[in-house]
Design a protein around this ligand. Structure first.
Ligand code: SF4
Length: 453
């Protein structure tokens, strides 16, 4: 366990980049989770001109440029503003921390709700006390894939109740606010956010850390005047200021009528066609050379794609409207599919590609906290990871690339003889190691970790 672990209490943005071992990390938050083809091409260009020529997809559905030289930051901001990829200021950027369901359909209200929430957040004068990582998720209800994305407040579309009905659920609470329209849903979410901001202020005044919404769930239960366990009486909304009349608490488990996800959207998110929406294409380890990004965008444009949606699964969705066949062809072209089956070197287009079974953080030398490089090792081991298993390679105990347990997690540790790898089975990077292996042994025999003998 690394006792000097540095926990970052905020997320980098464009206005507030994070210093890293290879320069600044500038994180761009695409408006409502979508890039026009022009914006996507501009990002590729900017990554090459101002940064290290690589684009990364984050687990918050953002795109980040690494290796930006500090003296280029101001020029980069100007360019981002010119193509509509910069918030008015750092405050607006910080508050607009939302993941928008990339599987949304035309007219389902997801984009309209995201826009309304964006505007409400930009005009809210009383949310400055929210924790820096406070975030939202807008879920169209087409899959379970967004359930694993962290969000302090989740807005879930409730098809079956009506095309505009929404449930607004604070993280950790067994109740959700039922809203009959996007306007009501935004008002309900903002009321919850204001309540939590006031709570944060009060806790800080007492010298305590406010934590996240989930840590206040018990207090919220009490505020709701709801019996701590097992009760079923809908609680009062009277204490929550700013709620529209008619918005009521409902039990979260019955908040949304059974929405069986479409069959092709069951399980985990995988590359492939999403009928009526487009084509999902994954970036190995969430990193893509900027030139390969541009190649994909141009090919997608030729194939009829209308834009790129950035997902929280380290994939992009090439929008194609009703016919996604053109976008799939574009992805395969952009991935140089024919040169390196089943997928290309820079993009993963097939669901059985072993690179989907590995994750790795930035590692050395990009991250100053890393005890070793991580990404080459993860890719070298990928074809030895059996289907259904997952290998996570982490440069330290923080485990930035994956918070969920993995079949095997490798955690780099410093030793007198150089980096050594702590092996954690069915766990996360901060847990006690089952064994330790030297790097040279892994390099000589990358299949060792999953060898039953
Ligand atoms: S997990 Fe990786 S990226 Fe995160 S702090 Fe540790 S070494 Fe750096």
């Amino acid at each position: 366990m690394n006792s000097t672990l540095h926990i970052q209490g905020w997320c980098p943005g464009a206005w507030q980049p994070m210093a890293s071992g290879d320069g600044l990390v500038v994180r761009v938050r695409p408006p409502r989770g979508r890039l026009t083809l022009h914006q996507a091409l501009r990002l590729s260009r900017l990554a090459q001109v101002h940064g290290g020529g690589v684009l990364e997809l984050s687990s918050r559905a953002n795109v980040q440029l690494r290796g930006v030289r500090p003296e280029r930051h101001a020029a980069l901001l100007q360019s981002l503003a010119a193509c509509g990829l910069l918030d008015a200021d750092a405050r607006s950027e910080r508050l607009r921390n939302m993941v928008v369901d990339p599987l949304h359909r035309a007219g389902d209200g997801v984009q309209a709700l995201a826009l309304a929430l964006h505007q409400a957040l930009a005009q809210a004068p009383d949310l400055d006390a929210l924790p820096a990582k406070f975030g939202w998720a807008i879920d169209g209800g087409y899959s379970h894939w967004l359930h694993g994305v962290s969000a302090d407040i989740r807005l879930l579309r409730a098809p079956g109740v009506g095309s505009t009905a929404w449930r607004v659920q604070p993280d950790g609470l067994r109740w959700a606010l039922a809203a009959a329209s996007p306007q009501e849903a935004v008002a309900a979410g903002m009321a919850l956010a204001r309540w939590f901001a006031q709570r944060c202020d009060q806790l800080r005044a007492l010298g305590q850390r406010p934590g996240r919404m989930a840590t206040g769930a018990q207090e919220l239960e009490i505020a709701l005047h709801h019996p701590a366990a097992g009760g079923s009486t809908p609680p009062s909304t009277a204490w929550l200021a700013g709620l529209p009349a008619g918005v009521k608490w409902v039990r979260a488990e019955s908040a949304v009528p059974a929405q069986a996800p479409e069959r092709h959207l069951a399980g985990q998110a995988l590359p492939g066609q999403v009928p009526g929406v487009g084509t999902l294409v994954a970036a190995p380890l969430g990193r893509v050379p900027a030139r390969a990004w541009a190649q994909l965008v141009r090919a997608a444009r030729s194939g009829g794609a209308t834009g790129l949606r950035i997902t929280p699964w380290r994939m992009v969705l090439l929008e194609s409207g009703a016919d996604s066949a053109g976008a799939r062809d574009a992805a395969d072209q952009g991935a140089n599919h024919s040169a390196d089956p089943p997928s290309g070197p820079h993009w993963v287009t097939h669901p059985d590609d072993p690179r989907l079974r590995v994750s790795a953080c930035t590692g050395a030398t990009g991250c100053p906290q890393a005890h070793a490089p991580t990404q080459a090792l993860a890719l070298a081991c990928a074809r030895h990871v059996p289907p259904g298993a997952h290998l996570h390679v982490s440069g330290c105990a923080k485990g930035c690339a994956r918070q969920a347990p993995a079949t095997v997690t490798l955690r780099a540790e410093a030793s007198e003889r150089g980096p050594v790898w702590a092996v954690i089975r069915q766990g996360i990077a901060s847990q006690v190691a089952d064994e330790r292996v030297e790097e040279s042994i892994l390099q000589d025999n990358p299949g060792l970790l999953f060898d039953p003998h």
